[in-house]
Design a binder for this molecule. Structure first.
Ligand SMILES: [Zn+2]
Length: 271
């Protein structure tokens, strides 16, 4: 294929604008708690319409960069600067709340997926899951490969559920939040425990135990959530501005992993 000229849609424009406003905040042109100029003033400055600007601000609000207070204005969030990372969609600080929200959105979808997959997974799909877990166990020291493989395992379960909407929802969530998923794994800490839990889920799927598969998925994701809830980015940062490459290569401070695990209520269950 030759060069592709992508049409500029309002969606692209809003993404681009969100990125630029975020960059201004990263450059400290506006600090935590500062009120941004009015919508009308910013729209004029950027040369865009107010609806596009509002859309961009909503995107930034969704990832915790700004607070939109109706009747008052748009403020730079208080959590600003605690942690910054590169998202392939656009760079934005990931707040603890965003990570917890993400995992909580996944929980009901994935419990349902696992339950249905125990009934509906084909032999080929179970074989693919086994292959993915073998790959994961051979790559416990390679964060990048491990993260991709683990996500693929979760997606394969959703696919095997036979419910195309659940599978697509999970697909969208994991592609929108790749870096966040990655971050969750680093905060969550124990790759080996995580891997053991995946094997236990697959075991339930292979034995066609639908309730058990759902329960194991629930325990797995709730355990991840509990660690995230306790995570304090100020005490144990896992990423800093421009550390995207370090994050991708797995060069995370060991403290984050250890502390999060110590604080984990799941420490002694010996699964
Ligand atoms: Zn998992």
């Amino acid at each position: 294929m030759g060069a592709t000229f992508q049409p500029v849609t309002r969606q692209n424009l809003a993404d681009d604008l969100a990125q630029r406003i975020n960059d201004m905040i990263l450059r400290r042109e506006y600090e935590s708690g500062d009120r941004l100029p009015s919508i009308a003033a910013m729209a004029t400055q950027f040369g865009v319409g107010a609806p596009t600007l509002r859309e961009a601000l909503r995107k930034l609000e969704a990832v915790g960069v700004v607070d939109i207070r109706h009747g008052s204005g748009v403020y730079v969030s208080a959590e600003q600067g605690t942690m910054l990372l590169t998202n392939p969609v656009f760079a934005a600080p990931a707040s603890t709340k965003l990570l917890v929200d993400l995992i909580e959105a996944r929980i009901p979808i994935e419990i349902q997926s696992a339950t249905h997959a125990a009934r509906n997974a084909t032999r080929e799909q179970l074989g693919e899951m086994r292959r993915l877990l073998d790959r994961a166990s051979a790559n416990l020291d390679d964060a990048t490969v491990l993260n991709e493989t683990n996500l693929a395992f979760h997606r394969e379960i959703a696919r095997a559920s036979g419910n195309t909407v659940m599978a697509q929802l999970l697909e969208v969530l994991s592609s929108l939040f790749r870096e966040e998923q990655r971050l969750i794994m680093d905060i969550h800490g124990s790759r080996r425990d995580d891997h053991r839990e995946h094997i236990a889920i697959l075991d339930a799927l292979e034995r066609r135990r639908d309730k058990l598969a759902g329960e194991r998925m629930k325990a797995h994701l709730e355990g991840v959530r509990d660690v995230l809830v306790r995570w304090d980015p100020k005490k144990t940062p896992v990423s800093t501005p421009n550390a995207g490459d370090a994050a991708r290569s797995g060069a995370m401070p060991a403290t984050a992993r250890h502390q999060s695990r110590r604080q984990s209520p799941r420490g002694g269950r010996g699964k």
